[in-house]
Design a protein around this ligand. Structure first.
Ligand code: BGC
Length: 507
């Protein structure tokens, strides 16, 4: 499967306008990111609603009523965690199928499939009368996320004019953060609607799913996907339409060339295991692990629970989540603005120090002032809230968007979509691990959980320092010569491949 993406500055600039049609396509497709964000944000609020707990998790509800007994363990229930995390496990599996439908059927039908999964999943979860309907609904939503997260970033990259591709990549993350924020607001208002507020909250995802389903009838297939599937004439016509110019020959030829080259690679997954693929492969996968081990989703999923744990009431907890959600959205704009100016490395390193300080302060306050059954004083609770907000800021302009951007720009064209699919499923796997384990970890480790994440932040900061090279402004197909071959560590894999090539030629 081939994807043609040009990088920010050095690559050839093809003649292209930012057409209204492309704008509409981008907005419709990015709704996929919005649904992902909504699903991330909604579960924390719903699992804090009494009506929901009474219906599906009565024992958790009983424990919650006696919350003063233990500040860290009130919601610890494997089934409750499964409600949140089943979505990510399903998405992990689905992204492999989505990678196949993306290449065989195209990006647009893959998005349509995503919206159908979303709609059925929303119906089952919002209308659930027993725990099984609820979990199956979440699993179908997870299929939607797997299909959507694979197709949407590829679609955005292929449809955008080359000079806007970098920024557009982070638009996906921006939509994710907006989805989380909307979910937080919906949680806030539906929590006071009894007894079915939680149904409205879960059902809310149906609106963007419908927009994606009907919207995707308006958008086109990408030229790369058409040409890759030998629909060359249609591919060229589509290219003219989205670029808003008649002469698209040069760009058309470059796509045909990339697709021809990619077709020669019979098994991209085997190619991904070769030494020459090691740098983008190792960095792409580890970034997903690190992104999740910053602890962001522990805070995002359970922000309301966390705020309650530190002594806020039910409403105040959701309101606080709205505040963190807004900070998340606004800080993502900082990332969009800085990523091509200061570069990727600066953002990763700055935020590692920034997030480390926040986690340590939160951990120390909780360790010192919140015992297992007591409550935290208001001044300390306020400091915790402030540091949670500052922490979210740092994540939003660094490990959040860069976790998606770097794998999308460092794989060579012949393994780009497969590499990206592996990165998506890796992300889902570690999101699942955190979602499934967080409440038990909080219960077992208490405030120590913040020191646990602090430790990982030190490791990822060091990894970024020594192993993540700067890719700002480097042409996307020039990574090998301009980045990997010059890097103190990664260059050995490039040399190995060169020697191997020489040996083959002299045989
Ligand atoms: C991550 C999600 C996270 C979100 C927070 C995304 O980049 O992949 O796991 O919840 O950022 O904004």
């Amino acid at each position: 499967m081939a994807v043609v993406i040009s990088s920010n500055g050095n690559s050839k600039a093809f003649d292209a306008k930012m057409t209204v049609y492309v704008f509409i396509c981008v907005i419709i497709a990015a709704v996929g990111g919005l649904i992902f964000g909504y699903d991330i944000g909604i579960s924390g609020g719903v699992t804090a609603m009494d009506d929901f707990l009474k219906e599906f998790f009565p024992s958790v509800y009983e424990r919650k009523k006696h919350a003063h007994e233990n500040n860290y363990c009130k919601y610890d229930n494997q089934f409750l965690q499964l409600f949140t995390s089943s979505l990510y496990l399903a998405a992990l599996v689905a992204s492999f199928f989505a990678s196949a439908t993306c290449s065989k059927l195209g990006r647009r039908p893959t998005m349509q499939l995503a919206s159908i999964f979303f709609l059925i999943g929303v119906g089952l979860a919002a209308g659930a009368v027993n725990i099984y309907m609820l979990i199956i609904g979440r699993i179908l939503l997870g299929f939607g996320v797997g299909f959507g997260n694979q197709a949407v970033p590829l679609f955005l990259s292929e449809i955008a004019p080359a000079r806007l591709r970098g920024g557009l990549n982070i638009v996906f993350q921006l939509m994710v953060t907006i989805g989380i924020l909307i979910a937080n607001i919906v949680n806030y208002f539906t929590s006071s609607i009894h007894p079915y507020g939680w149904r409205l909250a879960l059902g809310g995802a149906g609106i963007p799913a419908l927009i994606l389903l009907f919207g995707s009838l308006l958008i086109c297939e990408t030229p790369t996907s058409l040409i890759e599937r030998n629909k060359t004439k249609e591919g060229k016509e589509t290219l003219k339409k989205i670029r808003g110019v008649e002469d698209v020959d040069e760009e058309y030829e470059s796509i045909v060339h990339a697709c021809d080259f990619a077709r020669q690679v019979k098994d991209p997954y085997t190619k991904l295991m070769k030494p020459a693929s090691r740098p983008p492969f190792v960095i792409g996968m580890l970034l997903q692990f690190f992104q999740q081990f910053t602890g962001i989703n522990a805070i995002m999923f359970y922000a309301p629970v966390l705020f309650q744990t530190v002594g806020f009431g039910n409403d105040a907890a959701l309101l606080s989540a709205v505040i963190t959600g807004t900070i998340n959205v606004l800080s993502t704009f900082v990332g969009i603005f800085l990523v091509d100016k200061t570069g990727r490395r600066f953002l990763l390193l700055q935020s590692s120090v920034h997030m480390l300080v926040c986690q340590l302060v939160i951990g120390i306050i909780l360790a010192k002032d919140l015992d297992v059954t007591g409550t935290l004083g208001r001044p300390q609770a306020l400091v915790v809230v402030i540091f949670v907000c500052v922490y979210v800021m740092g994540f939003a302009w660094s490990w959040g968007p860069l976790g998606w951007l770097i794998p999308s720009e460092t794989f060579p064209v012949e393994t780009r979509t497969e590499g990206f699919a592996l990165a998506v499923s890796c992300n889902m796997f570690f999101t699942f691990v955190i979602a499934q384990a967080f409440l038990s970890m909080l219960c077992g480790m208490k405030s120590g959980i913040f020191f646990f994440f602090s430790g990982w932040i030190v490791v990822m900061g060091l990894f970024a320092l020594f192993f993540v090279p700067e890719t700002k402004g480097v042409a996307i197909d020039d990574m090998r010569d301009s980045v990997w071959k010059l890097h103190w560590y990664w260059k050995r894999f490039m040399l190995e491949e060169d020697e191997h090539d020489v040996e083959k030629r002299t045989d």
